[in-house]
Design a protein around this ligand. Structure first.
Ligand code: IMP
Ligand code: MG
Length: 179
């Protein structure tokens, strides 16, 4: 099996480029059915979602817009420590359908945080689309509207996902090489 090395770790192929693009195509078709009359704003979460967002967005056939947000770490004034603040929202999303695009939902903590912050701007509705979902790691209970792949609780890289900033440029998705 093809093994690749990123920094100190070895990875093996997990999801091929053609399988990724096939499932993104299916997701786009579902959205083209469900959301055609909603004039939504897609919101990609940087950095991980940029390739997924690009491949999905070019397959959307109805009028829509896209923008990108980032989570900034900063020391909160409270003793609870780090709070991740959502930055980069320049659009007015009040009464608008918003579709969050994420690379992966793991525990769900990040997505719950993003959703809570966006709800403060009073959108009409928030839909969630993620390329990857690890159901065994998920500890939250919000619904995920569009899922590209359900995967086991294993660390992966490629197609936008990184290991310490590297590996995002891989066309396929790789998982940690089993011992
Ligand atoms: P969560 O808050 O636990 O759901 O984690 C979400 C974030 O952790 C994602 O947006 C990714 O940036 C990162 N992440 C989770 N699992 C992986 C993985 O297997 N590979 C790379 N990044 C991951
Ligand atoms: Mg991410």
């Amino acid at each position: 099996m093809e093994t690749i090395k990123i920094l100190d770790k070895e990875f093996v192929p997990s999801i091929s480029e053609s399988d990724i693009l096939f499932n993104i195509e299916k997701m786009a078709q579902a959205m083209n059915q469900d959301l055609a009359d909603t004039n939504p704003l897609f919101l990609g979460i940087l950095n991980g979602s940029f390739l997924f967002a690009a491949e999905l967005f070019k397959r959307i056939t109805f009028p829509c817009q896209i923008s990108f947000l980032k989570l900034a770490s900063y020391q909160g004034s409270s003793t609870t420590g780090k709070v991740k603040r959502l930055i980069g929202l320049n659009e007015d999303i009040k009464d608008r359908t918003v579709i969050i695009l994420e690379d992966i939902v793991d525990t769900g903590i990040t997505m719950e945080n993003i959703k809570k912050q966006l709800l403060g701007y009073e959108p009409k509705e928030i839909k969630i689309a993620t390329l990857l979902f690890k159901p065994q790691a998920f500890i939250k209970d919000f619904p995920i509207d569009y899922i590209g792949f359900m995967i086991p609780d294993e660390f992966i890289v490629g197609f936008g996902l990184d290991y310490n900033g590297y590996g995002r440029n891989l066309k396929a998705i790789y998982k940690i090489k089993p011992e």
